[in-house]
Design a protein around this ligand. Structure first.
Ligand code: SD4
Length: 329
């Protein structure tokens, strides 16, 4: 009798065990993501959001000649800050709705030191000012005029960040003044970069002009440590691109690093990060976020909400554009 009861219960339990993963995946995510593409442990390595070949090549050049991860990410993302054709970063970035280009950036090193500038105008390389905030002040963040003033004190020059192309597009936008970011078309070139140097040390940087035609003073996730970027040298790093408000709400990059600390691969952690955001935005499919992550072994991953995001890796194996799986296809 006892044995029959045991067998009955155990077969029910087995059925439940078999059924559970299916039910769970149906409930949580109608289209379960494929996981863990890059499994090879490897460094030095650099990884960045989107397909930024020149930026990742610059960072790789620094790493390959024995430079630190911190120097690599600073030099790497500067390439995009200086690219006037990238309308989401640095010079050439889209202005806010009043026509002012305001830049956000942050940087974080292997020791957990970090620096950031928020809504800073007239300075071409916010990532380098962020590094100065980290290294030369007792603070982590400087905003607005304070950041700009600090930059001048450190020898940065005043420049006009509004290119003719961005100015003309802004004038066109003003005809309707409708704030409605278009997925993967506008606002999609923020660069977040993570690097591991030959010593195995990790650093990260993130830089943007933010969402085009934002309200004056608006700051997104990109300069917020924990949201747009987080590095823990014992575990790994993560960075984000997309609609910053949603990344801030879940402290996305910190979450992903903590998930890796708990044993998830970079790929699994990025997927979980996106799922957390989608769980808070039930029924919404009108915005994009992409996360990338790297762990201490140099394994990488990336995941996004909408198809169209990719991330670039550069290591001894060469440079690879990795199309990301997406939550929504
Ligand atoms: C922001 N996350 O300011 C940035 C925008 C972005 O590619 O990533 N654009 O919200």
């Amino acid at each position: 009798m006892e044995r029959r009861k045991f067998l009955k219960n155990s077969s029910t339990a087995t059925a439940a065990l078999v059924a559970t993963p299916f039910l769970t995946s149906c409930k949580e995510d109608a289209k379960p993501a494929k996981t863990v593409k890059n499994t090879k442990a490897l460094y030095p390595i650099v990884i960045c959001t989107w397909n930024f070949m020149n930026a990742s090549a610059k960072a790789w050049e620094v790493l390959n000649s024995g430079g630190t991860a911190l120097d690599a990410v600073e030099q790497g993302v500067k390439v995009e800050e200086d690219d006037v054709n990238n309308q989401t970063v640095g010079t050439g970035g889209r202005p806010d709705r009043d026509g002012n280009v305001t830049l956000d950036a942050c940087i974080m090193d292997k020791d957990g030191n970090c620096g950031a500038v928020l809504a800073m105008q007239n300075i071409a390389n916010p990532i380098s000012v962020a590094r100065k905030v980290m290294e030369d002040t007792p603070h982590v963040m400087l905003a607005g005029q304070g950041a700009e003033q600090f930059a001048y004190e450190k020898g940065f020059e005043k420049v006009n960040l509004l290119t003719e192309q961005s100015r003309l597009e802004w004038l066109e936008w003003k005809k309707t003044s409708e704030y409605k970011p278009i997925i993967n078309i506008e606002n999609h070139d923020t660069i977040g970069m993570l690097a591991i140097d030959k010593n195995g040390d990790i650093a990260g940087g993130c830089t943007t002009s933010g969402m085009g035609y934002k309200m004056a003073g608006r700051v997104g996730d990109s300069p917020i440590i924990g949201a747009g970027l987080f590095v823990d040298n014992e575990v790994g790093g993560a960075t984000a691109t997309g609609v910053g408000e949603e990344v801030v709400r879940t402290v996305g990059s910190f979450l992903i690093v903590e998930l890796m600390r708990q044993g998830k691969s970079p790929q699994e952690a990025c997927e979980e990060g996106v799922k957390r955001i989608m769980a808070k935005n039930e029924g919404r499919n009108d915005f994009q976020i992409g996360f990338i992550a790297i762990n201490k072994q140099g394994e990488t991953g990336g995941y996004c909400i909408q198809a169209g995001f990719s991330y670039r890796t550069y290591s001894e194996e060469g440079h690879i554009d990795n199309p990301s799986e997406s939550y929504i296809s």
